[in-house]
Design a protein around this ligand. Sequence first.
Ligand code: NAP
Length: 288
Amino acid sequence: MLTAKTKICLVVGWPIDHSLSPAMHNAAYEALGIGGEFVYLGANVREGDTEKMVEAMRTLGIRGYACTMPHKVKVLEYLDEVDPIARQIGAVNTVLNDWGVLKGYNTDWLGVVTPLKQLTDLKGKKVAMIGAGGAARAIAFGMTKEGAVFSTIFNRTQERALELVEGLGLDCEIKGLDEIAQASGADIIVNATPVGMKGVMESETPLPKELIKPRHIIFDVVYSLERTRLLREAAEQGAKVVSGIDMVLYQAIEQLALHTGRNLTDEDRNKVERAMRGAIEKVRLDIS
Ligand code: NAP
């Protein structure tokens, strides 16, 4: 039962109406038997209101935030402490209010490496990535931390890719999207752009099908569809695939551990994963 003692967590961003996070986290709280202790909701907070959003957390004693666009970078300025990894990635996706001390973390990179490590040992694997935005940064950080080697980043805006490469100290080439054929030489190819997301870009793919080989692992950050055109075509070509849904799921499990202050056992993690996958499926059925 929800009471005056129930701790509140919120996904904050603009727009968040279609966020899967509240359904996922509340289902996981129930599965862990802490449904009365924590509740997870959403708040639409516009660009320019990041500072007020942080102050509201202090004033109202809100336990946790999941920060999405457009606050992931700006929020760093207003927190009391920032975890060194979040600082290095340059973005915070999780804020914890620890008795009035606001601490920022980034769990996105764990959302990337956890499902990839279930398929392969990342050490020494050659990576080509399309895109150089916020998601790309967490991906590059996480995969490099696990020993993968970035060979090429393909992006429309080359300066942005250069910023990413210099920021993370990567030794890799930067190319335009017209040179995408060169991605085929990598072991793992990552789409870190919104190309392929549900709606107007649903019929598009950032990587021509004929470039995909059975030896590839294709990772698509897009999570508005379980199987984007890129992932469907990759599977048809015999490649292994990782969906953006997996990234959402595994970053959320780490976020739940931070927000609730629990050391999750393997059994807890399995329960949380099942509950979160069930919630994602249910939300999809409700909106489709
Ligand atoms: P962002 O910071 O705005 O970066 C977007 C990137 O995509 C940039 O490199 C941009 O290139 C490129 N891009 C945008 N539209 C493009 C187009 N039509 N054709 C080619 N390239 C295009 O966004 P973000 O936060 O990184 O998010 C990127 C995607 O990842 C979104 O779909 C988001 O929903 C998804 N995401 C998924 C997760 C997850 O957990 N699965 C987490 C975070 C984000 P320019 O630099 O040239 O503009």
